[in-house]
Design a protein around this ligand. Sequence first.
Ligand code: NAD
Length: 499
Amino acid sequence: MRELHHFLNGEKVKGTSGRFGEVFDPSLGTIQAKAPLASKSEVRQAVEYARAAFPKWAAVNPQRRARVMFEFKRLVEANMDELARLLSSEHGKLIADSRGDVQRGLEVIEFACGIPHLQKGEYTESAGPGIDVYSMRQPLGVVAGITPFNFPAMIPMWMFGVAIACGNCFINKPSEKDPSVPLRLAELFMEAGGPAGVLQVVNGDKEAVDAILDDPDIQAVSFVGSTAIAQYVYARGTQNGKRVQAMGGAKNHAIIMPDADLDQVTNDLIGAGYGSAGERCMAVPVAVPVSDKIADALVDRLKRQVEGLKIGPATDSDAAFGPLVTAVHRQKVIDHIALGVKEGAELLVDGRDFRMQGYESGFYLGASLFDRVTPVMQTYREEIFGPVLQVVRAKDFDEAIALPSQHAYGNGVAIFTRDGDAAREFASRVQVGMVGINVPIPVPIAYYTFGGWKRSAFGDVNQHGTEGVRFWTKIKTVTQRWPKGGVRDNPDFVIPTMK
Ligand code: NAD
């Protein structure tokens, strides 16, 4: 069986721990490779390499760092087909969707190409008599990113694009379920002229994550994954004095107002609910029609479309979505559907018995649709992360706005309406970090920032955009004076002020 590697100090390096994770091809349901799971000492080795590379990389002027990012972007584009195929083969999402995964990451690389401007400090001339004040944004040093399975290209690039452009040396610990794209990105970064040790990939599980969180030379950790682990990473990392941002799970709602165009909304909900088999943190697993009047009409439309959805292997360009990432995850989603039924929700379309002809061992699951889900149900409160859409009926606008606002998660939310006043009020009042108005998946573009509220994110600073530059740099403020020759001050025992 193919054995994957780490990528350390510019080279592919075999794992030495003797422990491996299985990498599946979800479309076929077979194990296609084994990924080494790093020990503490392998993580430490990566840190040593990064420490050695840091002073030189930090001293490279920002325009030259940007040129490496420009070249990296060109190389990723040139290798797009290969990356998308590789990504789909380990994740199971459709190839067109994998291209989107890579492209969304590249958009952060494009943003990072502006680092000479983005990393500029501020300057105040004559802030006091003969005194100037200026600030600079300096890189942190060795930093790390722990990434989830569901966007193995985009999320590493969210992090390392900005971190490296700022002058840091970055260690990526990708998901052990689909590590090949992050490994390939590190190779392309070297090809683009990135020095050895600036971008490394260490494969692993909890042992590697704990080694990162405890290593005294790692200054900052960015995490994206499920909420329980996000909270753990945030607590342990900050306990150890690190800067940590940790994005967690989600349960995004779409509010459908009575004046919305129901045919358009149905298309939007189908795409956002079932695309990538629902394995997106910005998927829409909850639809909230406002008033029974439109609820019945919406549910009818949804049911018709859901029943007709085509499921296929990742290579099927006509399919709506592919298999789930692993058999274990598939079973978890099936259990959730059973829970919904047990709690009294109305299962209108049941995808559990779906079998993909010719791919019987693949991790496929049909699309499921629930009506009359209520906020007290566990199946509503928890993230499912599968091809399951739940309809929760609300009687009016206030009840609809309360649902996402009172939910434990607060990643994304959308409202569908033709009423600008309602949309504006919704955007202002709703307690969620990213809002779409007639946009089902409001993932902010690269030069804005990505981040949820409540149990969808721990820490204060978002991913990418100018918040990303803030996260990956520390600010230093210099107050300077150049006294004229011969002038002497007496000792001053009072705090200097601008009075
Ligand atoms: P996960 O939490 O299982 O894994 C994420 C990372 O944590 C992986 O690198 C994994 O190796 C590591 N990890 C797993 N168990 C660990 C443990 N016990 N201790 C330490 N580290 C551990 O998440 P996943 O299944 O890979 O990804 C799906 C989850 O990520 C969903 O909950 C989804 O909502 C969330 N997600 C959130 C965002 C966001 O920006 N909010 C984006 C994408 C995905």
